[in-house]
Ligand binder design. Structure first.
Ligand SMILES: Cc1cc2nc3c(=O)[nH]c(=O)nc-3n(C[C@H](O)[C@H](O)[C@H](O)COP(=O)(O)O)c2cc1C
Length: 135
């Protein structure tokens, strides 16, 4: 099983509605090929982890890279893993800003990371949430 972590920027600022639509499509597509993961939006930057069979990860990531809304897609880590980190989620999600007025981005991300034991995976997301806390 493969884990891929990437960071990217987008050309435009997505509205909450745009993000909901990306999530809806991602969950549908990922569930169909057994891919799970976590997407965190901080302003115009995204951090995403995708886990699943190698062929499925390659296919999903190829589509993401070719999406014209993305640019500067940079792979941070590509590793083989024994078991997935996120159970049944097709794509967990958090974003900065006022959408979740009751919790900061680091707090929301900490909740999403609750099932994750891998310190390196936790580190990427905790760091990103800190840096983009105000986004
Ligand atoms: C930040 C971001 C994350 C995305 N993550 C996924 C994903 O996990 N899975 C996926 O299938 N598409 C994802 N997409 C959407 C793809 O780029 C592409 O639009 C979509 O896969 C096309 O699906 P369709 O051919 O079923 O319309 C993401 C897009 C953005 C901007």
């Amino acid at each position: 099983m493969r884990r891929l972590i990437y960071i990217s920027s987008t050309r435009t600022t997505f509205t909450a509605g745009d993000l909901e639509e990306i999530l809806r499509i991602s969950r549908r597509n990922n569930a169909a090929v057994g891919v799970t993961g976590l997407l965190v939006a901080g302003g115009r930057r995204f951090l995403q982890v995708l886990e699943g069979a190698e062929g499925a990860i390659d296919a999903v990531f190829e589509r993401i890279k070719q999406d014209p809304r993305h640019h500067a897609v940079v792979v941070l880590s590509r590793t083989d893993i024994a078991a997935p980190s996120f159970g049944e989620w097709s794509m967990g999600y958090a974003r900065g800003g006022a959408v979740r007025g009751d919790a900061t981005l680091p707090e929301t991300v900490a909740q999403l990371l609750a099932p994750v034991t891998d310190p390196s995976l936790r580190g990427y997301f905790e760091g990103f949430a800190q840096v983009h806390a105000a986004a």
